[in-house]
Structure formats: C-alpha cells, structure tokens
Design a binder for this molecule. Structure first.
Ligand SMILES: CCCc1ccc(-c2ccc(S(=O)(=O)CCO)cc2)cc1[C@H]1C[C@H]1c1ccccn1
Length: 238
C-alpha cells in the first residue's frame, strides 16, 4: 500500500501543505475578504497566464468538535453530498489506503462559468503538535489534483480544474476544574482551510472572484454546521 506510486507525492505535498496551513495569516499579504463571527476568510489576488488562481486561507473556531471529527467528515465520501452543495457527481476512483482515496468530482455549472470537474487524491493524517504539549494531535486532510489515463483532462464535457486544498485542525481542550470528564463544552477546534483552485479555462476575473466570495463562506459555514449536527450526541472522537 505505501508502495503505491503516488505515496511519495502524497507524503511530500501533505507535509508542505500542513506547514503552509500552520503559518496562519501572519505570512504574506493576505487580504480579509469575508468575516462572519469567528470565521475570517483571506485571499491573495494572483493570476497565472491571465487566469485568476487566488489562494484562499480561512480561519475558523468551532466549539464542541475535535479536529479528528472535522477531518473525518471532510475526508469520508459517504457524507460529502450532505454538505458539498456544488457537487453534481462524486466517484471514489481508487482506494489507495484507509486514509488515502482518489476522487473524481463534477461540480455544478456556476453561471457564467462552464461546468468543471476535478480529479484529486485525498489524504487524512495527524501529527503530534511539536510545540504545544497541552493540545491534542493536529489532524489534517489534503486534497491535491492528480492525473489518470481513465480520466483525461480533455474530455469534451467539463473543464478540468486543478486544486490543492488543506483542512488543518487543532483541538484545544480546557479540562473542567472539578475533575469531571471532558465534555463537548470543553473542546474547541481551530480550523485553517487553505485552497488554491486553478479554474482550468478562462473565466472573467470579476465573475470568478464574485463566485469565490459567495461560495467559500457558504461552503465553510455549511460544512462546520453539518459536523456539529452530526457529532452533537455522539461520544467525542479525540
Ligand atoms: C470555476 C471553478 C469552480 C470550482 C470548482 C471546484 C471547487 C472546489 C473543489 C473542491 C473543494 S474541497 O475543499 O476539496 C471539498 C471537496 O469538494 C473545494 C472547492 C471550487 C470552485 C470554485 C467555485 C468556487 C467554489 C468554492 C467553494 C465551493 C464550491 N465552489
């Protein structure tokens, strides 16, 4: 399994993306473009060959769930249709291991853009946080575009996007003073969501930025609300 041809790339990109997510928004010129409660969304305006590929970094604080729970619902295919509203189709193309899958997704056409699809590996992992002894493990999911002969980029139906996404979650626990068991009121999840999506084909910059401004806050709010609802009465998964 770890002998799969993609494992070297998966390990390398996962390490890089987790480091990049851990930097928060201190590094680089991030522009706050949306703020709702504890959710702050930043972007950098970047173009590649005339295509808008604005890197996005969202920071959010969610009370009552752990980073492992957030990553479990983000990674697992069986829940995706419940929270990913822009999905038209989703297929697990290959199971590399229990924590590494290859997805093919067809996204709904968002006017005025043509319909898009994405082919990416997705890896869920966790590391013990080196410099913060009282926080639990850091859990993350990294999604990164890949290519497969069975899914040619030029397929006449959709424009293939390329993407790199990282959901990076740190769980903070304040143990109750009276020594009772930790409850969901005592846990907080600090989320950093990073994404760079290359739309693959030309879209007017203003139109694409308007789509991002609308879709990303909606997506993160809906996803976090979904995880809260799914975990409310469940035992805590640390
Ligand atoms: C022209 C590009 C269209 C477009 C294609 C794809 C995606 C996209 C794909 C994957 C992921 S994810 O985080 O890996 C969750 C699994 O689905 C997020 C976003 C985003 C956009 C852009 C439209 C933006 C958007 C943002 C958020 C949600 C949906 N769409």
């Amino acid at each position: 399994l770890t002998s799969h041809p993609l494992w070297a790339d998966i390990r390398k990109v996962t390490k890089e993306q987790m480091h990049y997510a851990s930097l928060g928004v201190g590094e680089g010129a991030w522009q706050l473009f949306a703020e709702e409660g504890d959710m702050k969304m930043y972007r950098r305006e970047e173009e590649l060959n005339g295509l808008v590929i604005d890197p996005l970094k969202a920071c959010h604080i969610v009370k009552g769930v752990t980073g492992r729970e957030m990553c479990h619902y983000f990674f697992s295919p069986q829940y995706r249709k419940d929270w990913e509203t822009t999905l038209e189709q989703m297929t697990v193309v290959e199971k590399i291991s229990d924590d590494a899958l290859i997805f093919h997704q067809v996204h709904k056409r968002i006017w005025p853009t043509a319909q898009r699809d994405a082919l990416f590996w997705s890896h869920m992992t966790h590391i013990t946080d080196p410099n913060d002894h009282d926080a639990h493990d850091i859990w993350a999911v990294v999604n990164n575009s890949t290519q497969l002969p069975k899914f040619p980029t030029k397929n006449g139906k959709c424009v293939r996007v390329t993407l790199t996404v990282c959901l990076y979650c740190q769980t903070l626990i304040t143990p109750p003073k009276d020594g009772t068991a930790v409850s969901r009121d005592d846990i907080t999840c600090k989320i950093t969501y990073c994404s760079v999506v290359n739309p693959g084909g030309w879209v007017p910059a203003s139109a694409l930025r308007a789509v991002y401004k609308r879709e990303y806050p909606k997506f993160l709010k809906r996803f976090t609300a979904y995880v809260l609802s799914q975990t409310k009465n469940e035992p805590i998964l640390f």
